[in-house]
Each structure stands twice: as structure tokens, then as C-alpha cells.
Design a protein around this ligand. Structure first.
Ligand code: NAD
Length: 433
């Protein structure tokens, strides 16, 4: 099939490349000329394992191309995917201005019948808004569908090529047949539904996952007070198939470009129909507090933080991505700076992105984890990059001025810590001091 992907971010680029890999002809279009220039030069604007190789092979087969010319891209394709961003507005609602712009651009560029599929995460009713907006601006026939995206950054390629399920929401039978045909090689689990339910499935899924994380983090906070070990508690819970072990890892809370904004947006969606989503409000509140436990534990270990050298390991909101949107490290480093600490920051992939968002004379940008730890009084591990797991704690202690380790992701085990000089604070497990 001939496909156009509007927006070449984490979702649009990965989806476009994977559809090309399946044998479709795909044009990816983006308003940001620098991204398209990079892609046309064989570079990839985001870090995502496996993506670069797939882009190269599909460009070589002429199944995949990149352009800023939306007219050409829309004219070319039978199916047009909208994968632009839907960030939060200050009040928590989803900002739909990129969606509206894309829809208006599509309407102007249409040259015949099109299927217009929204992949972006959008509030219930948005696809109807898109339909109205386009129909006011074109005389051509078209159908709309909601096919929300569930990929995870860091494993986006494998998630796209082998998703747990594909959700297709449309009220048009022919469109449904075409979209099932397009997706059927990816999974046997294709859920077909109405547009509003498809839109809701995406928010409900993210809200549920966020709830699991905040739930286990609250259990962790109680474990700390009663002397239990949350990793054992989660293991004991997770074997129950009604519960499942996924997303029961206690830590410093969720971040990233999806959970924070989608939970806020769903609270707003509920509010618009006079429903107070009390549970989800608490999930958000717990998450907002959780990251500051790092600061509390640091103060417990070191006293006032003014003038202290604190190493921060990990800036991305999770491993294997360069995405720093709403990363817990952002709030934690800001709090350290506000208290007069010197921060020695390191991330294997996300450092440049983070530095663009937050730079300060009291931050030293380290080349590696060791340089960050050099002469520090504490290391705060905020993202569980695999290279941190391999660190020998005695060798680490040798380069540091004092030996405090705040493990925000429970990466190290007591057996490693007890053989080292560290005073060790993790999440939901007894302190080893
Ligand atoms: P992103 O910010 O990485 O990419 C969006 C891209 O759209 C940008 O490159 C931007 O330049 C481009 N764009 C914006 N307006 C445009 C226009 N009118 N014409 C052409 N290009 C335009 O965003 P993302 O992370 O890929 O997320 C996209 C959507 O998918 C969001 O709604 C998000 O909630 C959802 N989603 C994201 C993820 C994820 O892990 N990132 C997962 C599932 C769903």
C-alpha cells in the first residue's frame, strides 16, 4: 500500500519505517526541515535501537523516503497517518494545535479519496473534530480512523513489528477492511471498535500502567517504614496471573513524554463530563512526590546539601532512549541546584538532549560514570542503564570523597553493597548504612 506518515518523531518515524519493512511504500513528512535533512543524509534524529539499520535498508529498496513537502506526500498516498505530538497545555489538557494544523494541511492537499488515520494520542472526540475540519476544507471523499500507538521508547521497533495488539476504531466498513489488511501481519490480536472507544483505550491503558507504578511505589514507601523488601513483595504479587509482574518495579516514578501528559489529559477528559477521576489524581500526586525521596534520602545521609558534590547517573526518563521529556532527573537536579549542591551529571545517550533543556554553572557534564563519581560525596542512580549494573562498587568507592549511594532504581543487590564501604539507600528496601 502507499502510505504517508505525518510527523517523524518517535511514533511516526518508527511506524513509517516498519510499514516500509513490511513491503509498503512509505513517505514520511515532517514540518521540521532539520529532521528531514538528517534523515535524507542517512542520520537518525532520535536514538532507538535497530532503527538506523532499518531506515538504511528500506531507503536502499526505495520503499521509504522523507520530505517536508506535505502536498506531495498527501497526493501520493491512499492512507495518511497523523503522528504529530499532543503535548500538555498548562492546564493538563492535550494541546491539539499540531493535530489541527496537520488536518488542515491534509484537507488542502487532498487529490482524491483518502483514509486518514490518527496514531497520535488524542482525547475522545478528536477524530470527529478532524473529520469536521477536513470536510469543511475539501470536496474529496475521505474516511477517518483511530489507530492509537502503544510502542515503548527503547523497544519501539520490536513493539511496532510485534505489538501485543492493534486497535482499529472506525465506523466505515471499507476502511476497516483496508486497515485490517495493512496490520494483519503484525499480530493476531486486532481489536476493531468504534472511534471513541479506540481513543479511550489508549488513555485507559496508559492510566492503568501509571496506576500500577504509583501503587507499587506507595507499597515501597510503606515497606521502608515496616522493614519489608518491596522487590520480594512485588515478586510474590506478580506470580498471581490476575496481577502480573509487569510494571511492579518500585523506583523514583514514571516520566517521559506519555504517562505524565496522558494521565493529566484523562483527568481533564473526565472533568469535562463532570466526573472527578479521584484514583488517577492520586496516581499523579504519588508520582510527583516519589522522585523527591532521592533528595530526602540524600539529606538523611549527608545533612545539608549546600556545597556537596553529587553525581547523577542517568538523565533519560528510562534506559535505551535519548528522550528527557518529563524525566525525574529534571526535577531532582533542579532541587539539588536550588539547595546549593554541585551536580556531576552523566548519561550514555541523553546527555546532549538534557543539557539543552537544563544547563547551569553548577553542573559538570561528565564523559562517563567514573568521571561523574570522581570526588563526589554521593552517587544518585536515576536511570537503570545496563552499564551501571556492571560497576564494581569497591572501585567506585575508591574514586569518591564520601560513600553514599542512592539507588533510585534498585539496580544493586545487598550482596554487592555489603562488601563495599557504601551507605546505601534504595527504594522500598532496608537501608544498608
Ligand atoms: P514527537 O514530538 O517525537 O514527534 C512529533 C513530530 O511531528 C515532530 O517531529 C514534529 O516536527 C512533527 N510535526 C508537528 N506538526 C506537524 C505538521 N503539521 N506537519 C508535519 N509534521 C509535524 O512525538 P512522538 O513522541 O512521536 O508522539 C507523537 C504522538 O504519539 C503523541 O500523541 C504521543 O502521545 C503518541 N505516542 C507516543 C509514544 C512515545 O513513546 N513517544 C508512544 C505512543 C503514543
Amino acid at each position: 500500500m502507499k502510505l504517508t506518515m505525518i510527523g517523524t518523531g518517535y511514533v511516526g518515524l518508527v511506524s513509517g519505517v516498519c510499514f516500509a519493512e513490511l513491503g509498503n511504500e512509505v513517505i514520511c513528512v515532517d514540518a521540521a526541515a532539520h529532521k528531514i535533512d538528517m534523515l535524507n543524509a542517512g542520520e537518525v534524529p532520535i536514538y532507538e535501537p535497530g532503527l538506523k539499520e532499518l531506515i538504511a535498508s528500506n531507503r536502499a529498496k526505495e520503499q521509504l523516503s522523507f520530505t517536508t513537502d506535505l502536498n506531495e506526500a498527501v497526493g501520493y498516498a491512499d492512507i495518511i497517518f497523523i503522528a504529530v505530538g499532543t503535548p500538555s497545555l498548562p492546564n493538563g489538557e492535550a494541546n491539539l494545535s499540531y493535530i489541527e494544523q496537520a488536518a488542515a494541511d491534509i484537507a488542502r492537499a487532498m487529490n482524491g479519496h483518502k483514509i486518514i488515520v490518527t496514531k497520535s494520542t488524542v482525547p475522545v472526540g478528536t477524530n470527529e473534530m478532524i473529520r469536521d475540519l477536513i470536510s469543511r476544507n475539501t470536496s474529496h471523499s475521505f474516511a477517518v480512523a483511530s489507530v492509537p500507538e502503544f510502542l515503548r521508547e527503547g523497544t519501539a521497533v520490536q513493539d511496532t513489528l510485534a505489538p501485543d495488539r492493534v486497535v482499529i476504531g472506525t465506523e466505515d466498513g471499507e476502511t476497516l477492511r483496508t486497515l485490517v489488511e495493512l496490520h494483519k501481519r503484525l499480530t493476531h490480536h486486532i481489536i476493531t471498535t468504534d472511534i471513541r472507544s479506540a481513543e479511550m483505550i489508549k488513555y485507559a491503558s496508559n492510566a492503568f500502567l501509571a496506576t500500577k507504578i504509583s501503587f507499587i511505589n506507595e507499597i515501597a514507601n510503606i515497606c521502608e517504614k515496616v522493614g519489608a523488601d518491596v522487590t520480594r513483595v512485588a515478586e510474590g504479587m506478580g506470580y498471581d496471573r490476575r496481577i502480573g509482574s509487569a510494571f511492579l518495579k518500585a523506583g523514583i516514578g514514571y516520566g517521559g513524554s506519555c504517562f505524565p501528559k496522558d494521565t493529566e489529559a484523562l483527568i481533564q477528559i473526565a472533568g469535562h463530563v463532570d466526573y472527578e477521576f479521584k484514583l488517577l489524581k492520586s496516581v499523579v500526586e504519588v508520582n510527583n512526590d516519589q522522585r523527591f525521596n532521592v533528595i530526602r534520602k540524600l539529606k538523611e545521609a549527608l545533612g545539608p546539601l549546600e556545597g556537596r558534590n553529587i553525581a547523577v547517573w542517568g538523565l533519560a526518563f528510562k534506559p535505551d532512549t535519548d528522550d528527557v521529556r518529563d524525566a525525574p532527573a529534571m526535577d531532582i537536579i533542579q532541587s539539588l541546584l536550588a539547595q546549593g549542591a554541585h551536580v556531576r551529571a552523566y548519561d550514555p545517550i541523553a546527555q546532549a538532549n538534557f543539557r539543552r533543556e537544563l544547563d547551569h554553572p553548577s553542573i559538570t557534564w561528565a564523559e562517563d560514570a567514573w568521571e561523574a563519581a570522581q570526588d563526589s560525596e554521593a552517587v544518585c542512580l536515576l536511570t537503570e542503564w545496563s552499564e551501571f549494573r556492571l560497576v564494581d562498587l569497591n572501585e567506585l568507592a575508591a574514586v569518591m570523597k564520601d560513600h553514599v549511594l542512592i539507588d533510585g532504581r534498585n539496580v544493586f543487590g545487598p550482596e554487592q553493597v555489603l562488601l563495599s564501604p557504601f551507605r546505601y539507600y534504595s527504594v522500598g528496601r532496608p537501608d544498608l548504612t
